[in-house]
Design a protein around this ligand. Structure first.
Ligand SMILES: C[S@@+](CC[C@H](N)C(=O)[O-])C[C@H]1O[C@@H](n2cnc3c(N)ncnc32)[C@H](O)[C@@H]1O
Length: 211
C-alpha cells in the first residue's frame, strides 16, 4: 500500500463558501476567463478541473467539451452545482473528491486544470503526481497560481506574511522550480497576465513515454 498524504481539511473554504466569490472573483475571475478560451480545446476533449470550488471557471469552458470538476468541500460544490443548473451547463459534472487521491484511471483526461490550488494542498508534489497521472500523454496541465516571486523584495515580503496565510490555508512560498520538479512534463508557456501580477499561468504537456 502506498503511503497517502493526509487530505487538506479545506475548512477555510468550506466554512466561508457563501462569500468566497464576493471576495475572490475580483482577483481570480478575469485571468481564468482569459486563459481557458485561449486553449482552443478541441470538441469532445475530456477536461478535469481539480479544486473547482464554487465554479468561477465553469462559464469559461466551451459547451462541446466534457468537464468534470472535483473539490474536497461539499459546501463549495453546492455553489458550483447551482451555477450549472442556473446556466444550463450540461457538459459539466461535479464530484466530491480529494485531489491528493484522484479516483480516476491513469491517462484519462486531455486537459487537467488546477486554479489557485497548488499552494493550498498540504503536499504539492503529490498533487502534481496525481494530476499528471490522470492526464493523457501529450495532454495539457493548466495551472494558475501565485508562485514565489523572482523579485527578491517581493519574495521576502511573502516569506514574512507566510505564517499568517498558513492560518487561512495557503502558503506563499511555493516556487516554480518546486512546482514542476516531481513530474514528467514539458512547460509550453509560463506567463503573467500583467507585469506586476503575483499570479502565473503555466501550460505544460505531459511527456509521452518515449520522450
Ligand atoms: C482558493 S480555492 C480555489 C477555487 C477555484 N479553483 C477558484 O479558482 O476559484 C481552493 C479550493 O481547493 C479546494 N481544495 C483544497 N484542498 C483540496 C483537495 N485536497 N482536494 C480537492 N479540493 C481541495 C478547496 O475546497 C477550495 O474550493
Amino acid at each position: 500500500m502506498p503511503t497517502l498524504a493526509p487530505p487538506h481539511k479545506s475548512l477555510f473554504y468550506h466554512r466561508l463558501s457563501s462569500w468566497y466569490e464576493t471576495f475572490f472573483s475580483p482577483f481570480f475571475m478575469a485571468r481564468i476567463h482569459a486563459t481557458v478560451p485561449a486553449l482552443n480545446m478541441p470538441a469532445g476533449s475530456r477536461v478535469l478541473e481539480v479544486g473547482v470550488g464554487t465554479g468561477l471557471s465553469l462559464n469559461a469552458y466551451p459547451h462541446n467539451v466534457q468537464v468534470t470538476g472535483v473539490d474536497l468541500s461539499a459546501a463549495m460544490l453546492e455553489h458550483a452545482q447551482q451555477k450549472i443548473e442556473r446556466d444550463g451547463l450540461h457538459h459539466i459534472t461535479l464530484q466530491q473528491m480529494d485531489a491528493m487521491n484522484l479516483e480516476f484511471p491513469d491517462n484519462s483526461f486531455d486537459y487537467v486544470m488546477a486554479f489557485h490550488l497548488v499552494s493550498v494542498v498540504p503536499d504539492c508534489d503529490r498533487l502534481m503526481q496525481q494530476i499528471t497521472r490522470v492526464c493523457k500523454p501529450g495532454g495539457k496541465l493548466v495551472i494558475i497560481n501565485h508562485l514565489r516571486s523572482e523579485r527578491q523584495w517581493v519574495a521576502r515580503a511573502m516569506d514574512t506574511i507566510s505564517p499568517v496565510t498558513h492560518l487561512f490555508g495557503w502558503r506563499t512560498t511555493l516556487s516554480y522550480e518546486e512546482l514542476i520538479r516531481p513530474v514528467p512534463i514539458q512547460v509550453l508557456r509560463r506567463y503573467k497576465t500583467s507585469p506586476r501580477s503575483l499570479f502565473t499561468v503555466l501550460i505544460a504537456e505531459k511527456l509521452k513515454q518515449e520522450e
